[in-house]
Design a binder for this molecule. Structure first.
Ligand SMILES: [Zn+2]
Length: 257
């Protein structure tokens, strides 16, 4: 019984730690970038199934995670990969992960017979999951719960590696609103955008895993990080935001053509 209690407590802690993904701002930036690159037809079709602009639902999946109706989605935000492992060699979460569920949602949305209420639900899932699939610490190690158990200091304040990458670098780099972020980073030409949007969800996941492995190599526990860390990593954050936005736009343009 004691073991069961400890196991349940472990699962509860584990689930609770992954509630925020990119943080509200990161999710809003990604969905806004995608929205800027939708075809007029895709934009119109999406508007007809959502009762608000897409960005309204950017963090919706994080907000409904504690709602029992959406309990099955709790593990969909991440895919842990331990040191010395790859996604392929890791034991898969039987409840699903950010990769398997992104693929599932894309498949469902491409099914022409999908009814409108499911189309609405799966679109809300897609705009969040593609973003989480590009959030580096969401492919962090299972042994430290994706960096949640990797203590560091940020400008002298105790935090953890997961939080640094979800929002602290982004929030500390500029005091911009999500629309200002979009205006300032979404400056790639069409050719560059097409290159960045290419690949499959499997490629995108492996790219994220590679980035995450480099982060572990370049970050030490119990160390104070500030301006130098932002300088070293802001380009990676911006690239992941752009890739996620452009790839999400490409998927939506294909689904809602
Ligand atoms: Zn999330």
């Amino acid at each position: 019984m004691k073991h069961v209690t400890i196991l349940c407590l472990g699962i509860a802690l584990f689930a609770g730690h992954f509630a925020y993904g990119w943080g509200d701002k990161g999710h809003a930036i990604i969905v806004s970038i995608a929205e800027r690159h939708l075809t007029p037809k895709a934009h119109k079709n999406i508007q007809s199934i959502l009762d608000h602009p897409m960005v309204y639902y950017a963090s919706w999946m994080d907000n409904v995670r504690s709602n029992p109706l959406y309990a099955e989605t709790a593990s969909w935000h991440y895919a842990n990969v331990d040191e010395g492992e790859s996604y392929k060699t890791m034991t898969k979460n039987p409840e699903g992960d950010v990769y398997t569920k992104t693929v599932m949602v894309i498949d469902r949305l491409k099914d022409r017979s999908l009814n409108d209420s499911l189309k609405t639900l799966y679109t809300k899932y897609l705009i969040h999951l593609v973003a989480d699939l590009h959030c580096p610490m969401h492919t962090g190690r299972l042994t430290d719960l994706g960096g949640n158990k990797f203590p560091v200091k940020w400008f002298g304040q105790p935090t953890n590696l997961h939080a640094v990458w979800d929002e602290k670098i982004l929030e500390s780099a500029h005091r911009w609103s999500y629309t200002e972020w979009c205006e300032n980073i979404d400056v790639a030409g069409e050719k560059e955008r097409l290159v960045m949007a290419s690949g499959t969800p499997s490629d995108w996941l492996n790219q994220c895993v590679d980035i995450c492995k480099k982060i572990y190599l370049n970050t030490q526990q119990d160390t104070n990080y500030s301006y130098d860390y932002i300088q070293s990593h802001i380009e990676t954050v911006e690239t992941q935001l752009l890739r996620a936005g452009y790839r999400l736009a490409a998927l939506l343009n294909e689904i809602y053509q």
